[in-house]
Design a protein. Structure first.
Length: 140
């Protein structure tokens, strides 16, 4: 179990502290929801969690095959919806992986990305769309 402690700072801002490491981060409500928009919003953190989870799992899969993922990148676009209540409606995940990857390796990496626990934890009201760019990969 991992504990996170969150303290309200006022002005729709919070500070969260990761129990095991002591690392902290700020959140701020977005401008379109009466905040300052000067830090990640709570829903931005969901998008960041998804992107980091995808790359972490792909990195593990690459290491299991004796490879390094290199400078793979993920861009996550978050689209909010207002009905029936404000929520994340869609997360578009664009994954770019440089390097020479066989078709079998690409399949394994894509499968690991799609198995991300963050994506699995999102409810049915949030659509997750993943796309992969294998520029430079063998056979791409």
């Amino acid at each position: 179990m991992v504990q996170t402690d969150v303290v309200y700072q006022g002005g729709l801002r919070t500070q969260a502290q990761h129990g095991p490491s002591g690392a902290t981060l700020l959140t701020d409500a977005p401008v379109d929801n009466r905040g300052q928009g000067q830090a990640f919003s709570p829903t931005d953190l969901v998008a960041a969690a998804l992107g980091t989870c995808v790359l972490t799992l792909m990195g593990i899969t690459a290491l299991d095959r004796g490879r390094e993922l290199g400078e793979a990148r993920v861009q996550v676009q978050k689209l909010m919806k207002a009905e029936p209540t404000r929520h994340i409606g869609r997360l578009r995940v664009q994954i770019s992986v440089p390097g020479d990857w066989s078709e079998e390796e690409r399949g394994a990496l894509e499968s690991s990305a799609r198995g991300c626990p963050v994506a699995a934890s999102l409810g049915s009201s949030t659509q997750v769309e993943m796309s992969f760019d294998w520029t430079g990969a063998a056979g791409a």
